[in-house]
Design a protein around this ligand. Sequence first.
Ligand code: GDP
Length: 303
Amino acid sequence: ETYKEGLSKTRGSFSSKINDLVARYRKVDEDFFEDLEEILISADVGVTAVMDLIDELKMEVKRKNIKDSREMKEVISEKLVEIYYGEKDGDTAKLQLNEEGLSVILFVGVNGVGKTTTIGKMAHQLKQEGKKVIMAAGDTFRAGAIEQLEVWGERAGVDVIKHNAGSDPAAVVYDGIQAARSRGADVLLCDTAGRLQNKVNLMNELAKVKKVISREVPDGPQEVLLVLDATTGQNAMSQAKTFSEATDVSGIVLTKLDGTAKGGIVLAIRNELQIPVKYVGLGEKVTDLQTFDAHAFVYGLFA
Ligand code: GDP
């Protein structure tokens, strides 16, 4: 239900293709599977995941002696959910925040993916849940990033700790932690710069920021969320690989799912990188950030 609108592009393309497929083939034969494979790959489910899925489906068809292709929709949905969870069935999309004391969430990702927007949306949501939130404008590199975060801060009624453009992100985060402590905040949301052009710089900068957090906050950061743009498809996948090599990523936020017909990327990311998708962005409004639920997502595609 919650995904209905935001996923309309993927759903429209995916479910109509599956419906066509079922109409075209009454029997579940080799041709049926070949066409299905193409549909899944064109939805960016990912080649490895698709191969696994097709194998699984063929076994299931044998096991259950399925003859009629109309029965396949349900089986495909079930298997897509299984593909997402893999071995880690039931892992949680919930943020792992401290019950008491300060929790720090670090946001990483390249420019333009929707990092600042996501932080703003999350600030708003956490505040609605009754938490006291502070934001640290750690993207001191991208022009306008600090001001943009301040706009979200005003909108959400959340304080933003900032330094001048070009200053040291680790120092901003340090000040953010001190401010969060003295103001009794529950959650500090930290923006970071996303220059992927220079991988060594990026790694050093993230390491420095993380070191400050872990020194100041027990077991911090509580979450390192990698923000990826769903419309960039396989590019998002390669960013995920780079960032997970650079730092321990605890979860993914996949933005702009509303802008793509290739929502299958969610399944590919989880399946290939073993990192849970915790949130999805389904639009530009403050309410368009949703916790991710693989079951609701997959069944939403067929709705
Ligand atoms: P950053 O450089 O990673 O901080 O990216 P921004 O937060 O500035 O976002 C870049 C653009 O993407 C902005 O125009 C946002 O409004 C837009 N955006 C972010 N998330 C979403 C989303 O889930 N859906 C849509 N349609 N647009 C989004």
